[in-house]
Every structure is written in C-alpha cells, then in structure tokens.
Unconditional design. Structure first.
Length: 302
C-alpha cells in the first residue's frame, strides 16, 4: 500500500462530504457526557461508600479524564464544533485544563506534525511507543508505577516548564489551577470537598496514567510498516467494558483517524466499516482487543 494513500482513494466524494460534517450538538453532548459520567461516579460513591465503589469510581473517572483528552484532540483537528473558536475555548477550559494538560494551540501545532510525519524521524510522538516490546517484568513495573502515582509525581517533578522564569511558569499553570479551583469549590459547596482528592486527583494520578500508557502502546507501538498509512498505526477492537474503562469516545479507531483525519470521532466506526467493505480489512493493522496488545507489548524475552 502506497504511503500516499488518502481518504479520497478509498471513499467516494459523497461519503467524504457527509463524513466530514461536524455537529455542535454532538460535540457539546460528548463533553457533557464526560462530565455527567464523572458526576454520576462520584455520586455513586457518596451514596454507597465502600472500597468497591471507590475503585469502580476511580476507574470510571480515570477513563473519562482520558476521554477529556480525546475530546481535546478532537478540537485540535477542529472536529468538536463547526466554529474554530468554540473548538479552542471548550477544549481548553472544559477538557485540557481540568486534567492539567497544556495549551491547546501549542498542542495543535505539534500534533499536526505527528500526522504529517507519522512514524518517521520527524514525528514528535515517535518516542512514546518506540521501546516496545519489553519484557513482562518491565511492563508490570511500569504499570505499578502508574497505579501507585509514581509516574504522575515524576512527571510533575521533571516538567520542562519549571525551567522557565517565574512569570512563564505562572502563565502555564494558571489555567489548570483556575479550573481545578472551580471544581474543588463546587465539590465543597456540595458538602464533599474530599471527593476532589479521592475522585479527581487520585484517578488522575493513577488509572489515567496507566490508560495514557496503554493508549500510546495500542496506537503506534510494534506496527509492521512505518511507511504504510494502514499499517503504521493500529485499530484495536473494543467491546463495551473496554469502552467504559479503557478506550472512551472511539479512540480505538486510530487507523481510521489517520486515514480520514477530518472525520469526527463519532463517525470513525463508519469509516472502519467502509474500509473493510472495500477490501482493506486484510491490509489494516488490527488488534482483536487490548489484552492482545498488552501481551504483544510484553513479549520481549530480555
């Protein structure tokens, strides 16, 4: 398969027209869904406090925190809302800042280079999955670091932004601090300030870190052909449990996203069906599930 493959090579003009249409209602609904799910998970723990509901809430909220980054990524491609300004503002204040992510405009510039140079030396994301496969012990050690909060602490301590003058640091952190202050205040007014620590910071420092690692592995690690757009990234099948706890908002359809980068995430399943119907299923890099990806990532002997 040629590296010059484009969406126009596999989709008709009518399909391209329909698939590229965004929806403000759908975009707003996805952001609302993430926050309502977070609120419901918190409410479940408040009503039935136990170790089980705490772990369940941490897993659900951590997956929605990843979901907020997925929706920020949507806005990076101008796909969350039809209007450009709405994409940036909503993604910045309701998706990126709450999970302490950086500036959407800066990420947009870097991320477009990833699509232009996927799996090539100029790809800014090349290092995220380059080391795999690793040994099973190495992968377990990294997973335990994620779940213990060690990875999160290390990222905070080694954040490159600390090297800036104080004014630069403040410009970087004031947005995340402001949104998190609002979240803390809302929970305090509801009479449950402790939920900010238990069910916002704890998922962010643990389950979210592990999911971010798994996402990076699934999307670009151990791909068979760095030059083939159907094989230099991976689509991973995800059933309902995986969509709830691991892969929110169709993030598992990554081959489809790279082939048809202008298609909103909620239409990627249709792109997948069209590609398979036209005979590309045998060519595409597909994984039967996240467990298969994990097993392959931990397949090195030493």
């Amino acid at each position: 398969m040629s590296a010059t493959l484009t969406a126009g090579d596999v989709l008709t003009l009518e399909e391209l027209r329909e698939l590229r249409r965004t929806s403000a209602l759908r975009g707003a609904g996805l952001v609302l869904h993430a926050w309502v799910t977070i609120a419901l998970a918190m409410g479940t723990y408040v009503l039935w406090p136990s170790a089980f509901t705490l772990v369940l809430a941490v897993a659900v909220i951590g997956s929605r925190q990843l979901g907020l980054l997925v929706l920020m990524h949507e806005a990076t491609h101008w796909l969350l809302f039809p209007r450009m300004r709405a994409n940036t503002l909503v993604a910045q204040w309701l998706c990126a800042y709450p999970v302490f992510a950086g500036d959407v405009k800066g990420y947009r510039r870097i991320h477009h280079l990833h699509h232009r140079h996927t799996q090539q030396p100029e790809d800014p994301d090349l290092g995220l999955a380059a080391k795999f496969p690793v040994t099973r012990g190495r992968l377990w050690r990294d997973a335990l670091r994620d779940l213990s909060g060690w990875t999160c602490c290390a990222r905070v301590v080694t954040w490159p932004g600390w090297r800036q003058p104080l004014g630069g640091v403040w410009r970087e952190v004031r947005g995340p601090l402001a949104t998190n202050a609002v979240l803390f205040a809302a929970l305090a007014l509801a009479g449950h300030w402790e939920l900010y620590v238990l069910l916002w910071l704890l998922p962010l420092a643990t389950w979210f870190q592990l999911l971010t690692r798994l996402k990076n592995i699934a999307e670009h690690a151990m791909v068979p052909d760095d030059d083939d757009p159907l094989r230099n990234t991976r689509t991973t099948r995800a059933g309902m449990p995986a969509r709830v706890f691991l892969a929110p908002y169709w993030v598992n359809y990554h081959v489809e996203h790279h082939v048809a980068v202008f298609v909103p995430c909620w239409k990627l399943r249709r792109v997948h069906a069209l590609l398979r119907a036209r005979g590309y299923g045998e060519t595409m890099e597909l994984a039967p599930g996240y467990l298969a990806v994990i097993r392959r990532a931990a397949s090195a002997t030493r």
